[in-house]
Ligand binder design. Sequence first.
Ligand SMILES: *[C@@H]1O[C@H](CO)[C@@H](O)[C@H](O)[C@H]1NC(C)=O
Ligand SMILES: *[C@@H]1O[C@H](CO)[C@@H](O)[C@H](O)[C@H]1NC(C)=O
Ligand SMILES: *[C@@H]1O[C@H](CO)[C@@H](O)[C@H](O)[C@H]1NC(C)=O
Ligand SMILES: *[C@@H]1O[C@H](CO)[C@@H](O)[C@H](O)[C@H]1NC(C)=O
Ligand SMILES: *[C@@H]1O[C@H](CO)[C@@H](O)[C@H](O)[C@H]1NC(C)=O
Ligand SMILES: *[C@@H]1O[C@H](CO)[C@@H](O)[C@H](O)[C@H]1NC(C)=O
Ligand SMILES: *[C@@H]1O[C@H](CO)[C@@H](O)[C@H](O)[C@H]1NC(C)=O
Ligand SMILES: *[C@@H]1O[C@H](CO)[C@@H](O)[C@H](O)[C@H]1NC(C)=O
Length: 447
Amino acid sequence: MFSPFLKPCPCILLFLLFTLFYTSTEAYDPLDPNGNITIKWDIISWTQDGYVAVVTLNNYQQYRHISPPGWSLGWTWAKKEVIWNIVGGQTTEQGDCSRFKSSPPPHCCKKDPTVVDLLPGTPYNQQIANCCRGGVLSSLAQDPTNAVSAFQVSVGSSGTTNKTVKLPQNFTLKAPGPGYTCGPAKIVKPTKFRTPDKRRVTQAHMTWNVTCTYSQFLAQKTPTCCVSLSAFYNETVVPCPTCSCGCQGNSPQSGSCVDPSAPHLASVVSSLGKNGITPLVRCTSHMCPIRVHWHVKLNYKEYWRVKVTVTNFNYRMNYSDWNLVIQHPNFDNLTQLFSFNYDSISPYGTINDTAMLWGVKFYNDFLMQAGPLGNAQSELLFRKDKSTFTFDKGWAFPRKVYFNGDNCVMPPPDAYPWSPNSAAKQQVSFLALTIAFSVAFVLHAYA
Ligand SMILES: *[C@@H]1O[C@H](CO)[C@@H](O)[C@H](O)[C@H]1NC(C)=O
Ligand SMILES: *[C@@H]1O[C@H](CO)[C@@H](O)[C@H](O)[C@H]1NC(C)=O
Ligand SMILES: *[C@@H]1O[C@H](CO)[C@@H](O)[C@H](O)[C@H]1NC(C)=O
Ligand SMILES: *[C@@H]1O[C@H](CO)[C@@H](O)[C@H](O)[C@H]1NC(C)=O
Ligand SMILES: *[C@@H]1O[C@H](CO)[C@@H](O)[C@H](O)[C@H]1NC(C)=O
Ligand SMILES: *[C@@H]1O[C@H](CO)[C@@H](O)[C@H](O)[C@H]1NC(C)=O
Ligand SMILES: *[C@@H]1O[C@H](CO)[C@@H](O)[C@H](O)[C@H]1NC(C)=O
Ligand SMILES: *[C@@H]1O[C@H](CO)[C@@H](O)[C@H](O)[C@H]1NC(C)=O
C-alpha cells in the first residue's frame, strides 16, 4: 500500500503532541477577541408560499481567512421548507423532491441543506453581489472588501409573515474542515440598505443573525507550522523542534511524507492526489507544512535588522493570501519593512507588540507548493529602544508566531542561539555555581 517514498508515522506520539499543544478548549483568541464569522439572513420579499432572503457571511476575523476549496454552510429547517431557487450559490445535494409536481422542480428538498459558493466565472444572470468566489473569504485586515460572501435563496413551504416564519436551526460552517461552532439564529433589527446613489434607504422585512467562532482545538489539527532561528553572532541554526507537526517513523498508521530526492517526484506527488485537505509534506525532522525562519541579520548603532522567511513544505497546497502574526516587544518601533504588508494588531489599544505580515498582491501573496519557488521573505528594520534592547537571553527572537491564524511550534528557549556576551556570562555563572557547590560540599563534609 505504501510506496517506498512514503514514511508512515506513529500516532500515539502525535496524540501526545496534540494534548501538549492544545490544552485549551476555548474559542477565545486573546489577539482577536471579537473575531467571528457572522451569517445574516435578510428577508427582502414575501412570496406566495414563503420568502426570498439574502444570506451574507461576514468574516470579522483580523487574520483568519477561508481559503480554497472554500466555506460550506449547513442548517436544519424548522418545518418542511424547500429551496425553490438559489442565486450566487448552490446546495451540494437536491434530496428527494418527488412530492413536488412543479416544473422545474425545487432546487433542494433536504431537511438539512448544505450550501456552497459558485466558482468565479459564473454567468452574470446567476450572480449577486459578493458571490461566486469559490467560497474564499479574506481576513478583515488583509482585504476587507473580500471578507464578505453572499447568496440569495427563495424558500417555500415556510411562513409568509414575520409571525409565522420559523428560524432555521443548528447552523454549521465548514472551512472546509471543522473548527467553527455556530450559535443559534437571533432576530435582530432589520438591516437598512442604501441604494447605490445613496438617495434612498430600503429595509429588510425581517433579519436574523448567526455567529460562528473558531477554535483550533475543535479543528483537531496537528500543528501546521514551526519556527527555526538563527543570528549573525552564532553560526548555529536552531531548527524546528523534532516532530513539531508529526514524526517520520515505521508504524503502519496514517501520516506520510515525500522524499524530495525521489526519482519521478512529480508523478509520485500527483499520484497521491492534489485535492486532499491533509497536507502531503516533504520529509523533514519537523514534518510541518510551513516553516517560519527568523534570522537576526545585522546590528547597527540605532537599529537592528531581521530577515523572515516562510517556506512551504506542502506538495498539496498553494497558500494564497497567507499571513503571519508575530509577537515581539520591538514591533512598537518597526521602522521599515521590505516586500510584505504590515498592520499592527493591538487588541487592547495599549500593548503594541504584535504585527500582522502578509504578501504583496501579485508579488508574494501566493506561497507556491513545496519546491524551489515555495518561499517568501522579508526584512524588518527595528529602531532600538536603548532601555530594553539586548541580544541576551533570546530577546531578539519572536515570542509567538502564527501562520494563517494557527500557532507555530517554537524551539525551547534554552536552545536559542547565544550571543558571545551571554555565553560568557553563562560560563561565569557556571563557574559561580561550581564554586558554590564545592563550598557547600566542603561545608557539608566538615559539618
Ligand atoms: C462578532 O464580531 C463583531 C465584529 O467584531 C462584533 O461586533 C460582535 O460583537 C461579535 N459577536 C460575538 C457574538 O462575539
Ligand atoms: C413583524 O412585523 C410587524 C409589522 O410590520 C412589526 O411591528 C413587528 O415588530 C415585526 N416583528 C418581528 C419579530 O420582526
Ligand atoms: C439541533 O441540535 C440539537 C443538539 O445537537 C438537537 O437536540 C436538535 O434536535 C437539533 N435540531 C434539529 C432540528 O435537528
Ligand atoms: C448582525 O449582523 C450584521 C452583519 O454582520 C451586523 O452588522 C449586526 O451588527 C449584527 N447584529 C447583531 C445584533 O449582532
Ligand atoms: C500551485 O500553483 C501552480 C501554478 O499556478 C500549479 O501549477 C500547481 O498545480 C498548484 N498546486 C496545487 C497543489 O494546487
Ligand atoms: C503601534 O506601532 C505602529 C508602528 O510604530 C504605529 O503605526 C501604531 O500607530 C501603533 N499603535 C498604537 C495603538 O500605539
Ligand atoms: C521607539 O523608540 C524611541 C527611541 O528609542 C523611544 O523613545 C520610544 O519610546 C520607542 N517606542 C515607541 C512606541 O515609539
Ligand atoms: C551558539 O548557540 C548555541 C546554543 O544554541 C550554543 O550552544 C553555542 O555555544 C553558541 N556558540 C557561540 C560561539 O556562542
